[in-house]
Design a protein around this ligand. Structure first.
Ligand code: F6R
Length: 608
């Protein structure tokens, strides 16, 4: 996750910018850079590796400008070297960027057709060149950014500095967070409030789609349509910086909203975005081509991630998958092949049952792969290979962002397995990687349904029982949706395979039971529609989660519909996680429950 800092200050800002960057080090980075205005001219210093390298450069050739932007880069497109380090610049402007610009190839080709030359492998340079080109057509900095932002697809945050503009920075938020800080005659931009803590405690968080024009006087914020808007200014208490909730009421809300960013970051670790292929961060100690089956074990939400992955591994890599909850797997005395592979999925990396089943697999002579969020945890340390999820610290007890990052890693691994086993062509791999790259942007789009979901939650809060139904990968999603709702709202909820309905659960359906149909437009969509008809015929109240095109095909009366973006069906579980999480969250909030610490639950279950 890259870090962004910007300061419109009164005296030389280089030291302040690097201090703020230091506070963003926790996000992880592999190069850093800064740009300031020196007598109206843009000057940059950039360095590969740790911030100390940048500081050394600044000692050798100092910058004295009173306005500047800085960046810590976590490489996505292109190697982590000085050339690819941010800020990226043209003669007119410098830009820092966090996230992924999905359509950078198309924009780059357009700009190249206008004779523009590119110096780096990054997607960010496209933003610098596009705004610069708009300015060359006669637009001022603000107008040029306004004209460029709607052309960028993906999930990202941006900070701009312009040559000759000593009292102007522009920041934009589109799927990745950005905060503005207000000082005395100084204004700041930062990826989070923590970065700005040494300078100010007065913070405004930009909302999705917002962009802001910063001067020493303050900031004018505009929404996605260009309307000037007012966003609340908050005073952040010093002790709350470490565990900052942003402008969210609960950590769970913050973590749901962080997903476009952390999934993007996880993707960048597993996918070569320039070459469109999966590149695992570690060499695996076995050959997928030689495996006769794969075993997966985990608990709770992590288990449901594994269940979704079973569909992916079987379809893409044609490898049989055996999966069980770890509390059963550890005592089942299942025969496991020597030199076979067990995948262990865990956010905390400390779950007692998951750890025990991993040790059991090891004792049988299996290789173990840990898909773990806490890199220092026991499972991470004991696994034969670690595939990290880069979700960052998850505080809300209900797992959200760790789940979507687990799915991201698992899909990458299934693609790698398919390639190794010769069951996935290069073309199909490219198609899937292209689809994966769109996930952060699609998640940001799905988050825009929040208001509708909040309304719907008021209805769900009145229910005593809720059913979740789905087919294919939407079946484990139904299980996960039901788990999310029951654990934080305490409403009884069950997930079923939609095809199982008539084998029993249909008896539960009446007008008091909301039925949430998770129905991405995939190969089994028609079948799901038939199951919906069975529910409708019995007076069931359907809440349909699907895309607009599929919705038009159903012609069925529903209690509500949640419109998801159009997508490649394989990636649906990662994007569809958002409405399910938001629905559970808002229902619990309406009911006045303690969302972050539901009764009887612990974040890390280190007992049996
Ligand atoms: C549900 C949830 C739990 C965990 C489970 C496993 O929202 O968070 O079901 O998924 O306790 O925990 P980890 O992933 O830490 O092994």
């Amino acid at each position: 996750m890259c870090g962004i800092v910007g300061i419109v200050g009164r005296r030389s800002v280089a030291a302040q910018v690097t201090e703020a960057l230091q506070r963003l080090e926790y996000r992880g980075y592999d190069s850093a850079g800064i740009a300031t205005l020196e007598n109206g001219r843009l000057e940059r210093r950039r360095a590969e590796g740790k911030l100390v390298n940048l500081q050394l450069k600044l000692l050798q050739s100092p910058l004295s400008g009173a306005i500047g932007i800085g960046h810590t880069r976590w490489a996505t497109h292109g190697r982590p070297n000085e050339t690819n380090a941010h800020p990226h610049a043209t003669e007119r402007l410098a830009v820092v960027h966090n996230g992924i610009i999905e359509n950078f190839r198309q924009l780059k080709a357009e700009l190249q057709a206008h004779g523009i030359r590119f110096d780096t492998e990054t997607d960010t340079e496209v933003v610098a060149q596009a705004v610069s080109y708009a300015m060359a057509q006669g637009l001022g900095p603000v107008e040029a950014v306004a004209a460029t932002l709607p052309r960028l697809r993906g999930a990202f945050a941006l900070g701009f500095l312009f040559a000759g503009e000593s009292d102007l920075l522009i920041g934009a938020r589109h799927g990745a967070p950005l905060a503005i800080g207000f000082g005395e005659g100084e204004t700041y931009l930062g990826s989070d409030a923590l970065a700005l803590a040494p300078f100010t405690d007065a913070i405004t968080y930009l909302e999705e789609g917002d962009w802001a024009i910063l001067t020493r006087e303050g900031a004018e914020i505009r929404d996605i349509t260009g309307e000037v808007v007012t966003r609340p200014r908050q005073i952040i208490a010093a002790q709350s910086y470490r565990v900052d909730k942003g402008n969210h009421r609960y950590f769970m809300a913050k973590e749901i909203h962080e997903q476009p960013e952390v999934v993007g970051r996880t993707l960048a670790h597993y996918v070569d975005l320039a070459e469109d292929c999966v590149v695992l961060p570690v060499a695996l100690p076995f050959d997928f081509a030689k495996l006769s089956r794969l075993t997966i074990t985990a608990c709770g939400t992590a288990y449901y991630a594994g269940l979704i992955a079973k569909y992916w591994f079987e379809k893409l890599a044609r490898i049989p998958v055996e999966i069980d909850v770890a509390s059963e797997a550890r005592y089942r005395e299942a025969p496991l092949d020597k030199d076979g592979v067990t995948l262990v999925i865990s956010q905390s990396g400390e779950t007692a049952d998951t750890l025990a089943s991993m040790r059991y697999a090891k004792a049988q002579g299996q290789h173990t792969i840990g898909i773990v969020n806490v890199a220092t945890s026991t499972i991470a340390r004991e696994a034969s290979a670690l595939l990290p999820t880069l979700a960052g610290v998850e505080i809300g007890v209900a797992s959200t962002k760790a789940f979507s990052c687990q799915l991201t890693v698992l899909l990458c691994l299934a693609i790698a397995a398919g390639r190794a086993r010769g069951t996935l062509s290069v073309v199909d791999e490219r198609r899937l990687v292209d689809a994966l790259i769109t996930v952060p942007g699609l998640m940001a789009e799905a988050l825009r349904q929040e208001q509708e979901i909040e309304q719907l939650a008021r209805e769900i809060a009145k229910a005593k029982n809720v059913l979740y139904l789905g087919r294919g990968t939407a079946y484990p999603m139904a299980l996960e949706g039901a788990l999310k709702l029951k654990e934080i709202s305490y409403i009884h909820a069950e997930g079923y395979a939609a095809g199982e309905l008539k084998h029993g659960p249909i008896a539960l359906i009446d007008e008091t039971v909301p039925v949430i149909m998770i129905a991405p437009h995939d190969a089994v969509f028609e079948k799901t529609v038939s199951n919906m008809q069975e529910v409708a015929a019995r007076g069931g109240r359907i809440i349909l989660v699907t895309d607009a095109k599929a919705m038009a095909l159903t012609e069925m009366e529903t209690m509500a519909t949640l419109t998801m973006p159009d997508l490649e069906p394989t990636i649906a579980p990662i994007v569809y996680a958002i409405p399910l999480q938001l629905l559970a969250y808002h229902t619990a909030v309406v009911m006045g429950k303690d969302v972050d610490q539901p009764r009887n639950l612990a974040k890390s279950v280190t007992v049996e």
